[in-house]
Design a protein around this ligand. Structure first.
Ligand SMILES: Cc1cc2nc3c(=O)[nH]c(=O)nc-3n(C[C@H](O)[C@H](O)[C@H](O)COP(=O)(O)OP(=O)(O)OC[C@H]3O[C@@H](n4cnc5c(N)ncnc54)[C@H](O)[C@@H]3O)c2cc1C
Length: 398
């Protein structure tokens, strides 16, 4: 037994964007929520990237009353243009999508999002945020309900709650503690990224280039005045470039996108500027066990191609809060099973597409001809899951 014991309707392990959005959606409907995170500060440190929020996520944040606080940090993108190897191109234009809620996607620093969410949560009397706190283990079992053994500094803490949510990222400890088997597919092509200053007049557009080797190099205007250049690198080619020096990387990127030549020459000079990300598709056999549910990356790691990890996580949070609120208010049975039944097939279709693309992996699963890649996921990127967006109307803004 711990030295401290607390109770909640829902205990969320992981104060990333998914966990914080779920906490706010629940608290605004009167639920007692505890959020646990091992980091000391939710809005400092942590990942530095600035994901693109798709129109359905912007619609959700607008309904939550948070979008106005985030827009000033953001960088809009109105189109995604994909060039093929012959120089032809197709364009996804957010404004032209029938039924689309916003004519753009918005890159927002994760830290700005965490700050806005944390501020909103601090105004909710039914929320308790426990930072600097890590999970030691689960108590109980699925049939009777799990609780949590935590440790904050030297103090053991036990939390009993009706629902326990694992929102602790793609390598979720909670998922392992609950014994949920998980398949992990590692993309062997690293995402090699450099951030350059955004030249004035750059179109509000993501541009994906396929070069003669079939490789993908994308340029993306992102928040804080940056232009991210991403190369889905062939591992052998990248190893050779690393051996040759930073000039070889400049040449490789400029070869794929000649318009970048001068910008790269002026701004890319050391390997410290290069970010190498290894993405995984993470696919648990179940998204819930007993009273424990998985949310966001812990339920479904994805590749950053298509910019959907966070957007999928927010869709999860909407559905999960809806079923958990219905369980509390109307006795809705089996809310976690209903959540999984609605979300998992949709998310897994997206994961399957990523795993089938030869530009992301040299051993794709059920390979498809990967021309028109963005066209294949345009609906996910612009409209989200059709069953989820109507639930935004139920969200309260304060
Ligand atoms: C380079 C890059 C670019 C991306 N671009 C996009 C994009 O454009 N659009 C998009 O939608 N997505 C994008 N993503 C994905 C997106 O960032 C993630 O999907 C999203 O952050 C997942 O949120 P989460 O809350 O589920 O998990 P996380 O952000 O991983 O949060 C997990 C939290 O759990 C805490 N935690 C972990 N273990 C424990 C523990 N044992 N005890 C207590 N706390 C714990 C961590 O401290 C963390 O705060 C990108 C990802 C990367 C890497």
């Amino acid at each position: 037994m711990g030295d401290e014991t607390s109770q909640a309707d829902c205990c969320i392990v992981g104060g990333g964007p998914a966990g914080l959005v779920l906490a706010l959606l629940l608290a605004r409907r009167g639920r007692d929520v505890t959020v646990v995170d091992r980091r000391e500060h939710l809005a400092q440190g942590g990942p530095a990237h600035a994901p693109f929020l798709s129109p359905p996520s912007l619609d959700l944040l607008q309904h939550m009353g948070l979008l106005d606080a985030l827009e000033p940090y953001g960088q809009r993108v109105r189109q995604v243009r994909e060039y093929d190897t012959m120089g032809g191109h197709s364009t996804l234009d957010y404004a032209s999508v029938p039924g689309g809620s916003y004519p753009y996607a918005l890159s927002v620093p994760l830290r700005a999002m965490a700050g806005a969410l944390q501020d909103a949560l601090l105004r909710e009397p039914t929320v308790r945020i426990m930072t600097g706190t890590s999970v030691q283990g689960l108590t109980g079992e699925p049939a009777t309900g799990y609780g949590l053994d935590l440790r904050r500094g030297d103090t053991p803490v036990r939390v009993e709650s009706r629902f326990v949510i694992g929102s602790d990222g793609k390598f979720s400890a909670l998922r392992d503690m609950a014994g949920i088997e998980t398949e992990v597919f590692a993309f062997d092509r690293p995402a090699v990224m450099v951030e350059l200053p955004l030249p004035e007049g750059t179109p509000e557009r993501i541009t994906a280039h396929r070069d003669h080797e079939g490789a993908l190099v994308a340029t993306m205007p992102v928040a804080e005045g940056k232009l991210t250049v991403l190369w889905a690198a062939d591992p052998d080619a990248y190893r050779r470039i690393k051996e040759s020096g930073i000039g070889a990387l400049r040449s490789r990127l400029a070869h794929a996108v000649p318009a970048l030549t001068d910008l790269l020459a002026a701004n890319l000079s050391t390997w410290e500027q290069v970010i190498e990300v290894h993405h995984h598709v993470v696919r648990p056999a179940h998204w819930h066990r007993g009273n424990l549910g998985l949310l966001g990356d812990s339920a479904h790691g994805v590749h950053s191609f298509g910019a959907q990890g966070l957007n999928l996580a927010l869709g999860d949070a909407v559905v999960l809060s809806d079923v958990l609120n219905s369980a509390a208010e109307k006795g809705f049975p089996e809310p976690l099973a209903a959540y999984e039944a609605l979300r998992r097939p949709y998310v897994e279709r997206f994961q399957q597409l990523q795993q089938s693309l030869a530009v992301l992996s040299s051993s794709p699963r059920q390979p498809v001809r990967d021309s028109g890649m963005y066209a294949a996921i345009a609906e996910v990127m612009t409209l989200g899951q059709p069953e989820v967006t109507p639930l935004h109307a139920l969200v309260t803004s304060a």
